[in-house]
Ligand binder design. Structure first.
Ligand code: HEC
Length: 371
């Protein structure tokens, strides 16, 4: 043991270690040796640690990096682990980095990402915690679901993330049973729990929550099921312009009104699953720039819609019927941003289950040219 350590020390300080390649080869040998003699604490020996860090540098971005940080018990790597985990939260390497970070009491770093100002980063972190799905990650996710200070999209993301593990599903079910689930998450949680592989969870949730019903008052299957169905593109296109009323608010290739986003390339942006959610639960993730505002006038009148423009003197609000109203700031009491989408939440009621699938089949074909 002692001679091995002496040998390691000799390798680190050897005057031969000048050329980069020779250095790299020595570093690799040191790492190999350390992995075999597990009793040496790399963190307690600056020279050894330097060699290990140099070696790691060569493996940046590969699964070996996280593996080595783990097996060598290398400390002080929290920031690196976090950035690896968030670069690819839905990958083996990302999850391994995240697990290691949590194990090494890096939970504070993770929580800071969630409570920071960057909502996209927060959602990515939540996704990571969902994929990790162990008691440590679940403990961070649980309070988010019921925290009314969090935005709806953060709470929705947390509920979906919990739905990736059995422990998480059980917690969501408990919230439902105790009527502690915020009502705006009913759709999200119903979808998660109706899609559980555990029969008893499915049976229990059915006593408390229903999935949205279509034309015949028949409840839909969960979104994960719907996304697997296939539909008729031509019929979907027809419905889009008629019964389903989508055209009253969405443009597709120059045709239609502009209340909601142009859907001409939506097939390149959203997965089929996300399309069903957009239609069945529009407020779950309101697209940027399409938030609903309510302008409260001095007269007591309220004008609700999208804020399409604002000058020093006036704001323009576009209603769900695509009518623009210019409101002078003189008559304006206040403007409130709403968490409810201007897109109606019950459009599926005008359609049968198959018709809904057809509409999604159609919009899924709307892709970027050349894609
Ligand atoms: C009364 C207007 C209205 C109607 C009718 C309507 N939508 Fe929307 N839609 C919106 C608005 C506003 C948004 C943006 C806010 C949001 O994301 O909820 C939106 C968002 C969407 C999105 C997400 C777009 C993105 O870029 O993420 C999709 C997909 C969508 N609608 C599809 C449909 C389909 C399909 C129909 C018909 C079944 C439909 N909409 C009917 C107003 C409408």
């Amino acid at each position: 043991m002692r001679s091995l350590l002496a040998l390691l020390a000799l390798m680190v300080t050897s005057p031969m270690a000048r050329a980069d390649e020779a250095q790299a080869a020595k570093d690799a040998t040191i790492v190999e040796t350390l992995l075999r003699i597990k009793t040496v604490d790399v963190n307690a020996n600056a020279k050894l640690k330097e060699a290990v860090l140099r070696h790691l540098e060569l493996h940046k971005g590969t699964p070996k990096y996280v593996d080595l940080v783990d097996r060598l018990n290398l400390q002080g790597m929290e920031e690196e682990l976090l950035s690896i985990a968030l670069a690819a939260p839905a990958s083996t390497q990302g999850v391994h980095a995240g697990e290691l970070l949590l194990k090494r009491s890096g939970a504070d770093l993770i929580v800071a990402e969630i409570t920071g100002d960057d909502e996209e980063l927060a959602k990515k972190t939540i996704l990571l915690l969902g994929y990790i799905g162990n008691p440590d990650s679940i403990a961070i996710l649980k309070p988010l679901v019921i925290d009314q200070h969090q935005s709806r999209s953060i709470r929705t993301a947390a509920a979906n993330a919990l739905g990736r593990s059995r422990l998480g599903e059980r917690y969501l079910l408990r919230l439902v049973q105790d009527t502690r689930l915020p009502a705006d998450l009913n759709f999200t949680v119903a979808n998660v729990l109706y899609a559980s592989t555990d029969d008893s969870i499915r049976a229990e949730v059915a006593k408390h929550l229903v999935l949205p019903a279509t034309a015949g008052s028949k409840p839909l299957p969960p979104v994960s099921e719907l996304a697997k169905r296939s539909g008729d593109v031509a019929h979907g296109q027809e419905l889009f312009k008629t019964k389903a009323t989508c055209i009253k608010c969405h443009k597709v290739r120059g045709e239609g009104k502009e209340v909601g986003p142009d859907l001409s390339e939506i097939g390149s942006k959203l997965s089929r699953e996300a399309m069903f959610v957009s239609i069945l639960d529009p407020s779950a993730g309101i697209s940027h720039n399409y938030e609903t505002y309510s302008a409260i006038l001095d007269s007591g009148n309220i004008v609700t819609g999208l804020k399409v423009s604002e000058t020093d003197d006036s704001i323009t609000i576009r209603s769900a019927e695509s009518i623009d109203k210019v409101i002078s700031k003189d008559e304006l009491e206040e403007v409130i941003k709403s968490s409810v989408s201007l897109m109606p939440a019950d459009l599926q009621k005008t359609m049968s289950e198959q018709e809904l699938v057809d509409v999604v089949e159609f919009i899924a074909t709307l892709k970027k040219p050349g894609a």
